[in-house]
Design a binder for this molecule. Structure first.
Ligand code: SF4
Ligand code: FES
Length: 213
């Protein structure tokens, strides 16, 4: 049985358990840390880096992804400090350069006040976050989809690019963060996090799929 502990995120004390996922603990406590590749039902990979935070332990500070960070007693986490926001904006800029037409990335950029992209556009429809690969392996239990190649040529794909390895279950597609739909009502922002993603019609200022809603 994991020990109950207290961590501090943005100076707010959160009761959680030893080894718990820090991103999850923060979201449950109502502290909205932007994230893209995190899926509670699969092993976190820390691929997108959007959930970057500063963590302080034993007098040492480092930047790390909150979704791969395990909670320890007394841990101090800063999710919205100026260095964190600067780093997160830069990460979103890089992601936006990969897929500039993605409404999800555009909404995330708007939420973080990213107005300029200084990196060259690659116009892809994938940010290599790995959620589809994890969904194939851990949700659909197929393990067919994987990442292929290196560097600029890296992409997701089936073994030998053969469709017969896919059962067409769609678990990958359903979990792609770039498939999340912004509200379609530009200017309507979630009252909690400022995002425009999947706004709930019944409660217009809260995101539909957000764990906070
Ligand atoms: S297809 Fe979607 S879920 Fe898969 S790696 Fe690309 S962005 Fe992520
Ligand atoms: S959500 Fe944590 S690295 Fe992507």
């Amino acid at each position: 049985m994991p020990e109950p502990i207290t961590i501090f995120v943005d100076d707010i004390a959160i009761e959680t358990t030893e080894g718990a996922n820090v991103l999850d603990a923060a979201l449950r406590a109502g502290i909205c840390i932007p994230n893209l590749c995190y899926l509670p039902e699969v092993t976190p990979t820390g691929a997108c880096r959007v959930c970057i935070v500063e963590v302080e332990r034993h007098g040492r500070t480092k930047m790390t992804a909150a979704c791969t960070l395990e909670a320890r007693e007394g841990m101090i986490v800063r999710a919205h400090s100026e260095p964190v926001l600067r780093a997160r904006r830069n990460i979103v800029e890089l992601l936006l350069a990969e897929a500039p037409e993605s409404p999800v990335l555009q909404a995330l950029a708007e939420r973080l006040s990213v107005t300029d992209v200084r990196y060259s556009r690659r116009d892809r429809d994938c940010i290599l976050c790995g959620r589809c690969v994890a969904a194939c392996a851990e949700v659909a239990k197929q393990g067919s989809l994987g990442m292929i190649g290196r560097g600029a040529n890296r992409h997701k794909g089936l073994p030998f690019y053969k469709e017969e390895y896919c059962t067409q279950c769609n678990e990958c597609h359903d979990r792609c963060p770039l498939e999340l739909s912004p509200s379609g009502r530009r200017g309507d922002h979630c009252g909690v996090c400022g995002s425009e993603l999947s706004m709930n019609d019944a409660i217009p200022d809260i995101c539909e799929d957000c764990v906070l809603s």
